[in-house]
Design a protein around this ligand. Structure first.
Ligand code: UDP
Length: 237
């Protein structure tokens, strides 16, 4: 069976790396995600990853506590670099070739973000991890995922979360709530469904990039997603 996609952008939130801990990175989770990424790359699929930082620092939250928002956001972006390097280490330990590119220059630890170079790495089968978000405060890593996906011409964004898709009601409160198999961008925007922030959705809509939302805590889901199995919720046109 062939894969469904050629080039994928995986968005990993900080929470996804945190597992069941309250803060930071769960090494076991990172190891498992790493082995799933390896499985997918072995099929010839090109994979770029945008990593969040909410498991370490969230700008909005710190700003609510009185911190200058832009400063808080820069700290948030630096937190994503810590996650990126952790993920890189885990991927390289199992033999994958990787590059971290950051949107804020830190050339002692990672390459700067250079679009054409990122594409070249992907063509050579390297996993490219994008750190430091978009490099701009007041944005999120979800929006970064949409931006990078458009820039590198990814066919789809895999938004890995802790829920298995989008529901018509909160399944924790309403057990009969139904999971949408697919949704259109307009529906997500008008109903303010918390799939990704609205800037990210709008960018995906404009550039026709579908988003697959699925549960990363289920083993094998990244592979299933790449094979085009109907898991999670697909947001598209
Ligand atoms: N951030 C930012 N600009 C960006 C991406 C991220 O300022 O382009 C900051 C922002 O403060 C955010 C933090 O980095 O709270 C961590 O990113 P995010 O909250 O998106 O991570 P996730 O929710 O995916 O873990």
């Amino acid at each position: 069976m062939g894969t469904h996609y050629r080039r994928v952008l995986l968005k990993l939130s900080g929470e996804a790396l945190m597992g069941n801990m309250g803060y930071g990175i769960d090494p076991e989770i990172v190891k498992r995600i790493g082995s799933e990424v390896a499985e997918v790359v072995a099929t010839g699929v090109q994979m770029a990853i945008v990593v969040g930082g909410g498991n370490i620092f969230r700008g909005v939250k710190a700003a609510a506590g009185g911190m200058d928002r832009a400063t808080a956001d820069y700290i948030g972006m630096i937190a994503t670099v810590m996650n990126s390097l952790t993920l890189q280490d885990s991927l390289e330990r199992i033999g994958l070739q990787t590059r971290v590119q950051t949107a804020i220059a830190m050339q002692e630890v990672a390459e700067p973000y250079i679009r054409r170079r990122a594409i070249r790495h992907l063509e050579k089968g390297r996993v490219v991890i994008f750190g430091a978000g978009s490099g701009n405060p007041f944005f999120t890593t979800d929006t970064t995922a949409a931006l990078r996906a458009a820039e590198i011409d990814a066919e789809v964004i895999f938004k890995a979360t802790k829920v298995d898709g989008v529901y018509d009601a909160d399944p924790h409160i309403y057990p009969e709530a139904k999971r949408y198999q697919s949704l259109n961008y307009g529906h997500v925007l008008t109903n303010d469904l918390r799939v990704m922030d609205s800037t990210a959705i709008a960018l995906c809509k404009e550039n026709n990039i579908p988003i697959l939302i699925f549960d990363i805590s289920v083993k094998g889901n990244i592979y299933r997603a790449v094979m085009g199995e109907s898991i999670g919720t697909l947001v598209g046109g």
